[in-house]
Design a protein around this ligand. Structure first.
Ligand code: AMP
Length: 214
């Protein structure tokens, strides 16, 4: 299953719920890259300057890391991909990676959320430095400001969740993903999800769409 949609559309949140539901891992290209940046690996050092500007990390840097992740044992029965692929070229690369693994794409979920809502959601987003849990200063605040409910870790705002970078990321997203969305629509894999509402409402919409296309 592939989750597509602009940054802030709720893909990460739904991916975690779908992971539990379908018992296959959530593979997020953004999380893979952020982990590499944190560990200061060669991949992380190369990717960081693109991520800080809200630009896509070039395929020469990213594709090897995705393929390596997909070959880990837990992905043998399927994955929920979040944030990858984003371009036609990445879609083609994914198709050949999956073919080698004997997997196919069942559903491409595209999350629709108006731009004003995306900016509000992303600029209030806070993440725990230690365990990665996510909060929102208005919609889902932590019990103690700046502190994670689960592990007491420090909450921070991602560098790329500042307003200027958010707008740049939305522009890049629209430009780059439109052709890939069109391609998936054409081959009948695209399921459009209204991303406004509670986590459970959105999850139920997704489950209904998946069931309708089984
Ligand atoms: P995300 O967490 O999906 O919003 O991704 C954060 C940042 O990681 C993006 O702004 C890009 O710089 C980079 N990134 C994530 N996924 C991809 C991808 N599929 N292709 C290129 N860059 C990516």
């Amino acid at each position: 299953m592939i989750l597509m949609g602009p940054p802030g559309a709720g893909k990460g949140t739904q991916a975690k719920l779908l992971e539990q539901r379908f018992q296959v891992p959530h593979v997020s290209s953004g999380d893979l890259l952020r982990a590499a940046v944190k560990r200061k690996t060669p991949l992380g050092k190369q990717a960081k300057r693109f991520m800080d500007r809200g630009e896509l990390v070039p395929d020469e840097i990213l594709l090897g890391a995705i393929e390596e992740r997909l070959h880990q044992d837990d992905c043998a029965n399927g994955v929920i991909l979040d944030g990858f692929p984003r371009t036609l070229a990445q879609g083609t690369a994914l198709k050949s990676m999956l073919a080698k693994m004997g997997l196919r794409i069942d559903h491409v979920l595209s999350f629709n959320v108006p731009r004003e809502d995306l900016v509000k959601r992303m600029s209030g987003r806070r993440t725990c430095r230690d365990c990665g849990a996510m909060y929102h200063i208005i919609f889902d605040p932590p019990l103690n400001p700046g502190m994670c409910n689960k592990c007491n870790g420090e909450l921070y705002q991602r560098d790329d969740d500042q307003e200027d970078t958010i707008l740049a990321r939305l522009d890049v997203h629209e430009r780059q993903t439109a052709p890939l969305l069109a391609a998936y629509r054409e081959c009948g894999l695209l399921r459009e999800v209204d991303g406004i509402g509670s986590q459970d409402q959105v999850l139920n919409r997704i489950l209904n769409l998946v069931q309708a296309h089984e």
